[in-house]
Design a protein. Structure first.
Length: 228
């Protein structure tokens, strides 16, 4: 076995389960365009995985926008109220979640999103998200003191499993560099499925980097193999 066996699995949401990172790019570019600015992939990479107010402050500072954090958040929320319900589940994700649930592998959600934006994003996918036995919303949970790349969210999420597994028994799925760093800081293995534009050389901290969830082989981490 190439990797250490695990017993519990934690999933990021934005850009990993759902294609919401594409929608974030559209929304943030809409705001940036009002001031003649460009929301670049480099900036996107920097903010991915951050909590709401942290990414708002970073975008404002990087682009020199004449907005307060509250104003930016309010403007973006107006845009995302229309965009988020359009999000779709990314390839291979539903298959894996249903497979792990079927085999009674404890699975949980660890997202930096607030519970309010979570509800918008998952409105059409509630059955799938109901399979995740525990949920941690980083921007709403007072126990998550620091956002990714700090390990807080994954430590809080792991502690919600009834049997409170040690970090080394938890496998994290992430799409962002901040998320990978957070998982590693929490002492967990992490499978990264990044944006195709990302330079893979930046993802050296990930335990494994894949192009798609379709490429994941559960038994490599001691999880039940797919039935087909």
């Amino acid at each position: 076995m190439e990797f250490k066996p695990v017993t519990h699995v934690l999933f990021d949401m934005d850009g990993l389960i759902l294609n919401t990172e594409d929608l974030y790019t559209l929304g943030f570019q809409e705001i940036a365009s009002r001031y003649g600015k460009q929301f670049t992939f480099e900036l996107k990479n920097k903010i991915m995985g951050m909590q709401t107010r942290a990414f708002a402050a970073t975008i404002i500072n990087e682009l020199g926008l004449p907005l307060t954090v509250d104003e930016f958040v309010a403007e973006s929320q107006k845009i995302f109220r229309d965009l988020f319900p359009l999000c779709k589940v990314r390839p291979g994700v539903e298959k894996l979640i249903r497979h792990l649930h079927k085999h009674s592998v404890p699975i949980g959600l660890a997202t930096s999103s607030s519970i309010e934006s979570y509800k918008l994003k998952t409105a059409k996918h509630q059955e799938l998200f109901d399979l995740l036995s525990t949920k941690t919303w980083g921007s709403s949970d007072p126990n998550v003191k620091n956002g990714k790349p700090s390990p807080d969210i994954f430590l809080v999420a792991a502690a919600k499993f009834p049997d409170n597994p040690p970090s080394e028994k938890c496998l994290v799925f992430e799409d962002s560099l901040n998320g990978v760093r957070a998982a590693r800081a929490a002492g967990m293995q992490v499978v990264m499925i990044p944006d195709p534009q990302l330079d893979r050389a930046l993802a050296k901290e990930a335990t494994l980097v894949l192009d798609s969830m379709d490429d994941f082989v559960p038994e490599q981490f001691g999880l039940p193999p797919y039935d087909d």
